[in-house]
Design a protein around this ligand. Sequence first.
Ligand code: GCB
Length: 585
Amino acid sequence: MIRPQTNACRTAIDLSGIWRVRFDPDDCGGRDGWSAGIGTADTHAIAIPGSWNEQLAEAGYMNYVGAAWLETEVFIAPALPGVRRVLHFASVDYHADVWLGGRHLGTSGAAMLPFAFDVTDVVRPGATARLVVRVTNVLPADGPTQGITRSTYVEEGRPRDEYLPAVRFDFFPFGGINRPVHLVSMPAQAITAYRAVATMTAVTLHVEAPEGMRVGARLVGHGQSVEAAGLATNGRATLTLAPDTPRCWSPDDPALYDLAIDLLDAQETLVDRVEQRIGFREIRVEGSQLLLNGAPITLRGFGKHEDSPIHGRGLNLPQLVKDFALLKWTGANSVRTSHYPYAEEFYDMADAAGVLVIDEVFSINLDFRRVDDAVLASHKAAVEQLIARDANRTCVIAWSLANEPGYLAEPEYRERSGTYWQALFAHARALDPTRPMTHANVGYAGNDDPAFAEADIVTINRYHGWYSEPAQLDRARAALVADFDKLAAHGKPIFVAEFGADALAGQHATYDQLFTEEYQARFIETYWDAITAHPAVIGGHVWNFADFRTAQHGRRVVHNLKGVFTRTREPKMAAWAVKRLWTGR
Ligand code: GCB
C-alpha cells in the first residue's frame, strides 16, 4: 500500500478536522442503522486525528473502552475518466469498520497500521458523501497483543482486577482515529507497490507495475543525478540506481536523496509517479557488534510512546518536531518505537535527522497459556503489514517482533514458545532478509529466553535498582553485569532496550530515594557505565523519553514517570545527565 502523496499524478486530500462521534456502549449502532449516519442525538464534536479520551473526558469518556461511531462529510471533486479514488487510513485504535454513502467498504487490518479501500465505484463525483467509521479500542483475544477485560483477569487467575481501563500493558488504551485519513485520487494504471533495497553504493528497486509498461526511476541529490528504466515483466521491474560517489547516510550525516519512480505508457507519457526520500547505508551484525556502514556503532537513545496531553495517541506534529529537537539535544542517535509502529511522519523525521529506528510490532506481554494458531497467524500478519509499510525506510535498522512475551513467567512460555519464534522469525526474515531481527526480553523469561535462539540481537529490558534491589545501585549494577555475562554466551550483540527509574519532577533528596530526580539520574549513569564497559553490549535505550499516561493503577501516579522529560517536555535532572553522557557537554 503506497503512502498517500500529492505529485504530478496523484492527489491526496487530508480529511483531518472536526468530525462527530457517538459512543455505543450497548453495541446497538449496527442494528439502529448508524452506518448511514449517526444522527444528532448524543453526538459530540471530536478532532481527528485525536483520541477521544482526554478530548471528551468531561462528557464521561476518559476511560471509555468499547465501540464509537465517527462521521464526517467528504466532497468528491469531479475527475477525468480513468482516475481511481482510494480512501486511506493511516491507522485507527484499534479496529475499524468503514462505510461511505451507506456502503460498507470493509474493515481495518493489523492494529496501528494503515488500511485502504478503493472507492471509485462507490462515490459520485461532484457530490458529498457521508463517511462513517465504527471504531473499537477493544483488542481481540487472538491478536499479537491479546485483549484483556475485567472478566478475563479472573479467568487468567490474576490476583486482582487492578487496572482502569483493563489492559495488558503499561500505557493508556487511547481510542479513536489517531492518524490522518486521506482521499487519494490516482491513475487506474498505477504502480501498486515497490521495495527499495539500499546498500552503501546502490539502491535496487523492485517495482510492481502493469505488465509490459515502462518503469523509470530517478535519484537526485548532493549534486548527483542517476536514472534507470526497464519494462515490467511478470508484473515487476527491477532497476538499480548507483551514483558514482554516493554520500552515505548516518546519524552524523543524514544524507538523503530524492527518489521518483515513474510509470510510462507506450507513447512515453507519464502515467503514474511515486516519490520518497532515501539514503545509502548498510546495517549488519558481525559477532557481538552492530555495524553501520561497516563500522561498529553504539546505540544511545530512548524508548518512546505516542502520547501527549489532550491529543492522547493522536498525531501531534508540533510535539513530534519538538521531540526530534530534544533527541538531538540529548545526543541520542536511536529510538525504539515501543510498543507499536508509529505514524509515518515519525519516520520522515527520523530519516531526515539521522535517528536510527528499531521498529516494533504491536505485540506486548504475549501470554503463552493462551497462544494458539490464531495468535501466530495474526502476529505474522502484523509483521507482514509493518514490513510492507516501513521496509523502504532508511532509518529503520532492525525489526523488534515482540515486547516482553512470557511476562507472567508462565511455564508454558519455556515449554511452547520455541516453535512459535522459529515460525515468526523465519516469516519476518523471508519478508526482509536485509535487517537484523530481535525482540525485547523481560527478566522473568530468563537469560535463556527461547526467542534468543532466533534473534540476531539479544535485547533485554532490565529494572534492577527499581522493581528489584530498590535504591541500591551497587547491587543493581552487579545484577546487570551478571545478566550481561550470562547473555554473552549467546555469542550475539546484547542491547538494553529499557532501563529507567520513575522521577516526579521537583522531588529531591540528598540520598538514594526512589522517585527523586537525583536517583533517576544516578540510576541512568550507573547503567550507562556498565553498558559501555561490557564488550558484548552495543548500547542502551533509557525508558522513557518522556512521562506518559497509563491506565489507572496503584503503582502509577497518573503517568509512568520514567521520562527524562515530563509529559509536556520539560527536562528533569536525568535529561541533563544523559546529555552529559552522550555529548560530553
Ligand atoms: C517494561 C515495559 C514497559 C513499561 C516499563 C515500566 O518492561 O516494556 O512498557 O512501561 O517496563 O516502566 O515498568
